[in-house]
Design a protein around this ligand. Structure first.
Ligand code: BGC
Length: 763
């Protein structure tokens, strides 16, 4: 196929100047600003509004069409952005209409939900975060950018940086868990990966931090629900990952669906303008979520779409995704003076700024045929396997006949049973937001184990047992028989890939359908069981945690599920993932998260809080449930063990005033030793607690982490610093400052471990 003709109109060519672009963090540069001004000066109100209109491509031309003549709309200059066009031939064809047939030849910005890969699917974001390895996410998102950009997609609606403390909420699967510090580190990594060092590199795509803001706090975990978040919690917990994305240069943000304290996020001046623009100086573009502007009417703060458009626009949403409300309402709002022209120009500038920064005016088309070379695709698969291995969390590994059940030590005579509804399902392995991946290219656990069995490594028998969500039990008897005839059972249970994600809240977060019963039946055979849990959220599995010797949390691992699992189960790779969310014992204790406040009557306060405030770790108690999560934040086992010692701080006191001037910090160190006989990776986690402050602070807060790969017996010193950024918080006067008080510092392997060093913070 021939390369698409590149016919840039003279107007644009003369305006084009070769500039040396600053890194992606710099969205604005003087040459672009001059070009933007020149263009805006020529635009009619309708053309300006057109730039703020974003539509899904199939609603222009496809069966789901919502406009009568999509092509005419593009040619009129009324489509600033299209999304869901995912093939180079499609994007080029739409682009041709905009660039060659519209009056001002402004290219379209093509978007898509590139969430955990485009064609090559990596583990779900929650799984990726379990690696505690932002550099890994930088690589996976870079790879996704290369695949997507090759098809003309230059804008991803990712990363989702919503903090989520409620696993009932289906979209917990799309984020990095419950912690703002870790979430911020991952937010930065995604932005770096997508945007690269230069946005105008044709393989870079612009990131979109979403959903701004507080979406993860929906009441009851119910999708699209309202949120009540105090300003302090908003600033301490929900805003930091967005600020991190902005600081890293994210070009765009998406406003959320949820109302925060009664004000829909898409019409929230406080978050969209006061915080984002005035405090953070964000220069990029804010888009709405899907039809969210129209939904402002349903939220109840506008009687009609005209008011909804004005409220959203004046609050700071620049682009309207899919509701066409801006297209219909903004021209008259501007002509009647209810929306100032200056605000319209500002929004248009933001759209054009992103387009110029991406180099779309110079290179509106992508080469056809498009796609990565076989060698590059192979590199992607290798990365997908590696990422999956890093995302697995070993929750249990009890001894069977004297040694931990995992890793399995295969031998020709060993009889392995593979049982369960998720052993051979490619679709489920992808989780939600599957990009344009072909589920048939997923290598399942069954495929991988069968291959090994064919090579004579062990003997394999496979049985389904039941279905994923239903109550089938006609496979129970055979599954139990297969288990009885085997030396070990690998049991693949969990949720279906679409039980999490958007609009997939669950009130029950146990193993669905009949799976718990199947589990009990198989365990009752007495054959040792390795339970592999596939899920997009933490599942409550208290029975399994007591009765199953080995449990591996596998999330949805993506295309290379099988090879990654086989390598970890048979010890060619060690599990090193750590929880980024607390796993509840039961739904009734949700929300359960590690960085909560103490109460005046903590459940187990017989201790000496001065020396070990963590003794009062879990403050909330029930008369019918044990305290705390089933597995805590930061937790995960490996095939070796680690010991932490010599936790030391280099001073006994710090000055709050000096911290606030940013001219002092504290050095923290600890020794980590691999005390086992295998090499392995641990994540050293730095936690703090502040006491004596003007407002209560969480009983622990993550403020640093380091992955360490250590050989058997090897020791290493880890070092951290704590300065103004880590020790400041939103105080009683809503100032972000460090205050005098007592600081406790832990370096430990999860949020429940260790004993703290103590430092005084003086005036
Ligand atoms: C989701 C967004 C997504 C958008 C476009 C919405 O329903 O909330 O996260 O980016 O659709 O697909």
């Amino acid at each position: 196929m021939a390369r698409f003709p590149k016919a840039l109109p003279t107007l644009i060519l003369t305006a084009a100047v070769l500039t040396v672009r600053a890194p992606a963090a710099e969205l604005t540069n003087p040459a672009d600003e001059a070009r933007i001004n020149a263009l805006v000066a020529q635009m009619t109100v309708e053309e300006k509004v057109g730039q703020l209109n974003q539509l899904a491509s199939d609603t222009l031309t496809g069966p789901g069409r919502i406009v009568s003549d999509g092509e005419a709309l593009i040619k009129k200059g009324s489509v600033g952005s299209l999304f869901n066009a995912v093939k180079a031939t499609e994007t080029n064809a739409f682009q041709k209409e905009a660039v060659e047939d519209s009056r001002l030849h402004i290219p379209i910005l093509f978007g898509y939900d590139v969430i955990h890969g485009f064609t090559t699917l990596f583990p779900i974001p929650l799984g990726l975060s379990s690696s505690w390895d932002p550099s890994l996410v930088e690589q996976t998102s870079r790879f996704a950018a290369e695949e997507a950009s090759a098809q003309g997609v230059r804008w991803t609606f990712s990363p989702m940086v919503d903090i989520a403390r409620d696993p009932r909420w289906g979209r917990i699967t799309e984020g990095a868990g419950e912690d703002p510090y870790l979430g911020s580190a991952f937010a930065r990594a995604y932005v770096r990966g997508y945007q690269g060092s230069r946005l105008d590199d044709p393989s870079s795509i612009v990131a979109c931090a979403k959903h701004f803001v507080g979406y993860g706090a929906v009441e009851g975990g119910r999708e699209y629900n309202s949120t009540e978040i105090s300003e302090r919690t908003l600033r301490d917990v929900y805003l930091p990952p967005f600020q991190a994305a902005v600081d890293e240069g994210a070009g765009t943000l998406m406003a959320a669906f949820n109302a925060v304290n009664g004000v829909p996020s898409s019409a929230n001046y406080f978050t969209l303008t006061t915080v984002l623009r005035d405090e953070w100086n964000f220069q990029g573009l804010v888009g709405s979520d899907w039809t969210a502007i129209r939904e402002i009417v349903l939220h109840g703060i506008a009687d009609d779409e005209n008011v909804a458009a004005r409220k959203a626009f004046m609050a700071g949403v620049d682009m309207d995704m899919q509701s066409t409300v801006y297209l219909a309402q903004l021209p008259s709002l501007v002509s009647s003076g209810r929306v100032p022209m200056a605000r319209l120009d500002e929004a248009v500038r933001r759209v054009l700024r992103v387009k110029f920064a991406l180099g779309l005016f110079e290179h509106p088309y992508v080469p056809v045929p498009a796609g990565l070379s076989p060698a590059e695709k192979a590199r992607g698969l290798e990365l997908a396997r590696h990422a999956a291995e890093e995302s697995f969390i070993l929750l249990e590994n009890r001894p069977v006949k004297g040694s931990p059940l995992l890793p399995l030590r295969p031998s020709a005579g060993m009889r392995v049973a593979l049982i369960g509804p998720l052993a051979d399902d490619g679709v489920d392995m992808l989780g939600s937001w599957t990009g344009i991946a072909d589920a048939r290219s997923v290598v399942t656990l069954k495929t991988s184990l069968s291959k090994r069995a064919e090579l004579g490594e062990f003997a394999l028998t496979v049985a389904g047992g039941t279905d994923v969500g239903g109550m089938k039990d006609d496979g129970f008897a055979r599954a139990a028989e297969v288990a009885r005839q085997s030396d070990v059972v690998i049991l693949a249970l969990g949720e279906s890939g679409h039980s999490s994600g958007e609009a997939s809240a669950r009130a029950h977060i146990e193993l669905p359908g009949n799976q718990e019963r199947l589990l009990e039946k198989i365990v009752a055979t007495g054959t040792p069981v390795v339970l592999v849990v596939f899920s997009g959220r933490p599942l409550s599995i208290p029975w399994a945690s007591r009765h199953v010797p080995a449990i591996l949390q596998a999330w949805f691992p993506g295309l290379q599920a099988g090879p990654a699992l086989a390598r970890v189960l048979f010890g060619e790779a060690s599990p090193s993932g750590r929880l980024t969310v607390s796993v509840p014992r039961s739904v009734g204790e949700i929300p359960v998260y590690y960085n909560h406040l103490n109460t005046g009557r903590p459940r187990t306060d017989a201790q000496v809080p001065d020396t070990n405030p963590t003794d009062s770790y879990y403050v909330t108690g029930y008369i019918d449930e044990k305290d705390g999560p089933l597995y805590p934040f930061g937790y995960g086992l490996g095939y070796t063990s680690f010991k932490y010692s010599d936790v030391a701080v280099d001073t006994s006191w710090l000055s709050a005033a000096a911290l606030n001037r940013d001219n002092t910090h504290l050095n923290v160190s600890a020794t980590v030793q691999n005390t086992g006989s295998r090499e392995g990776t641990d994540v050293a986690q730095l936690y703090i607690r502040l006491r004596g402050t003007s407002v209560a602070r969480p009983i622990r807060e993550l403020k640093g982490f380091k992955r360490l790969h250590l050989g058997p017996g090897e020791s290493r010193k880890v070092e951290f610093t704590l300065g103004r950024d880590e020790l400041s918080f939103w105080n009683i006067d809503m100032k972000h400052v460090a205050e005098p008080g007592t600081l406790f510092v832990w370096v430990a392997s999860d949020c429940t471990q260790g004993s703290p060093a103590r430092v005084e913070i003086r005036d």
